[in-house]
Design a protein around this ligand. Sequence first.
Ligand SMILES: [Zn+2]
Length: 321
Amino acid sequence: MFFIDFHVDTLLRLYLLKISGDDSESLYQNKGHVDLKRLMESNYLSQMFACYVDLGKESITVSYFNDALAMIELFYKEIEALDDRVALAKSYNDYLNNKEEGKLSAFLTVEEGGILDNDLNRLDILYDKGVRAITLTWNYENSIGFPNYEYKTQHSGLKPFGIETVEKMDDLGIIVDVSHLSDGGFYDVYKYGKRPFIATHSNSRSICNHSRNLTDDMIKKLADKGGITGINFYGGFLQEDEKSTTESMLRHIRHIIKVGGKEVVGIGTDFDGMDGELEIGGAQDMLKLAEAMDKGGFSINEIEAICYRNAENFYKRYWGA
Ligand SMILES: [Zn+2]
C-alpha cells in the first residue's frame, strides 16, 4: 500500500534538537514518529512537512518568520544528500515526476499564518522557498484571524488581512489550510476562496466533539469546493477517552465519507506534534491502518483512496496537470 500524509511536525522537533547541539538525529533517521528512511520503507509517495511556529513562545531566531525560514533551510540541507530518493515537490506535476522516478515527494508547509504579520510580501518569499500550504492559524489569534481553541473565538471570521491573504494564496498557488481555524474563519475561506482548500489534520466533530474537528456542514462545504481533510491520529481528536486506535480512525473515516463523499478524506497524522500512546506509533506502522480498514469491510479501492489516491487527486484538482 502507498501512503500520503498531509501533516507532521518533524521539522520543528529536529530544529530544536539541532540548536540544542544534538546532532545525533536527522531527517533521514531519528527517534521521533517520522523520518525519511521509514517513509521510504513504508512506501510513502508524499509527505507534507510543516514548519510549525509557536507564537506562545519567544521566537527562536530574530523573528517568527525567520524561525520558519530556518526550518526550511534545515529541510533543504537534510534532503540534499538524498536527492536520488527524495525531492521537494511544488506542484502536481512535480509530484507525478517524482513518483515516476521512484522518489518520495516532500511538500513544505507552514503551520501558523501569524508569521506573515500583516505583510503580504512574505507570501512571495515563502512561495519562492517552495512553501505550498499554510495553516492560517494555530491556537492563537493572529493577523489573519482566530483559532477554534476551546471554542473561545468560534464565530469570529477572518480579518481584512486574512481575506487578502486567502486571495493572494489562491493567486500564487499556496493551499489554504483551515485546521485550527475558527468556524467563522472556515466559512470565510469558503466564501472568499476560489480554489479547493484543505484541513490538513482534522477529524469529525460529530464523532468526537472537539473544537479542532469539523462539523458535518463544514465537511460538506469542504467537499463542495473540491477540498479534503486528513485524519488526525491524536487521541484527543479521535475519541472521548483520548485513545488513539485504528478503530476510532475508521469511525471518523466512515462518517466523513457518509457526509462528504468518498473523495473528501485522506490522512494527516500530526506525527511528531503529539504525545500519548498510539496504536500506529509512527510512519513504520502505517500498514496497520490499511489492515484495519480491510478487516473493517473497506474495499481495496476504498483503502487506496484513503491512503493516497484522494490526496493525489486533490493535488491534481488544486494545481492542475
Ligand atoms: Zn496542528
